[in-house]
Design a protein around this ligand. Structure first.
Ligand code: RTP
Ligand code: MG
Length: 159
C-alpha cells in the first residue's frame, strides 16, 4: 500500500503525438512522471479517430485552433496515464507548464512544454484541469476503469 499523509487524487495525463513520435522524449517524460512521485495507476498507447478528437475537445469547437488541434491529436499514437498522488491535478499541470510554448520557455524554462513543446498546439502533454474534468477524461480514455473502486481500495490499503 502507498502511505501518504494527504489523500490521493487521480488525474489524466496524456503524452501527445508530437512527443510520442520521439522515443527519447517519450522516455524522458515517463521518467519525469516517476521522479515526481506519481503512482501510474493505468497507462496505454492509443490512436484517436478524428471523431474521438472532436468529441474530447468539443469545448473548443469554433476556436481558431480547433481544426488543427483535432487533426493533430488524431495524427498518430498517444500515451495516456491515470496518475495518482496528493494534489495530482495541480502537480501535473505545474510540471507541464503554460500551454503556450514561448510563454513557457520565458516564464518556466524547466517545464515539460518549455523543454519539448513545438508550437502552442503541438505542446507535448495534456493534463486535466479540475476534479470534474479528471473524472470525465479518465472515463473517456479508460472506460473500464472504476475510479471509485480504486480510491476505496486505496483508502482501505488493499493494494
Ligand atoms: P490542455 O487542455 O491540453 O491541458 O491545455 P490547456 O488547458 O493548457 O489549454 P487549452 O486552452 O484548454 O487548449 C487545449 C489544447 O489546445 C491546443 N491549443 N492550441 N493557439 C493555439 O494554437 C492553441 N491553443 C491551444 C493545445 O494543444 C492545448 O493543450
Ligand atoms: Mg484545457
Amino acid at each position: 500500500t502507498h502511505r501518504c499523509a494527504k489523500a490521493l487524487q487521480l488525474t489524466l495525463a496524456v503524452i501527445k503525438p508530437d512527443a510520442v513520435a520521439h522515443p527519447v522524449i517519450l522516455e524522458a517524460l515517463h521518467q519525469r512522471i516517476l521522479e515526481n512521485n506519481f503512482i501510474i495507476v493505468r497507462s496505454k498507447d492509443l490512436v484517436w479517430r478524428r471523431q474521438d478528437s472532436e468529441k474530447f475537445y468539443s469545448e473548443h469547437a469554433g476556436r481558431f485552433f480547433y481544426q488543427r488541434l483535432v487533426e493533430f491529436m488524431s495524427s498518430g499514437p498517444m500515451r495516456a496515464y491515470v496518475l495518482a498522488r496528493e494534489d495530482a491535478i495541480t502537480h501535473w499541470r505545474e510540471l507541464m507548464g503554460p500551454t503556450k510554448v514561448f510563454r513557457a520557455r520565458y516564464t518556466s524554462p524547466l517545464t515539460i512544454r518549455a523543454q519539448y513543446g513545438l508550437t502552442d498546439t503541438r505542446n507535448t502533454t495534456h493534463g486535466s484541469d479540475s476534479v470534474e474534468s479528471a473524472q470525465r477524461e479518465i472515463s473517456f480514455f479508460f472506460p473500464d476503469f472504476s475510479q471509485e473502486t480504486w480510491m476505496e481500495r486505496e483508502e482501505l490499503g488493499f493494494r
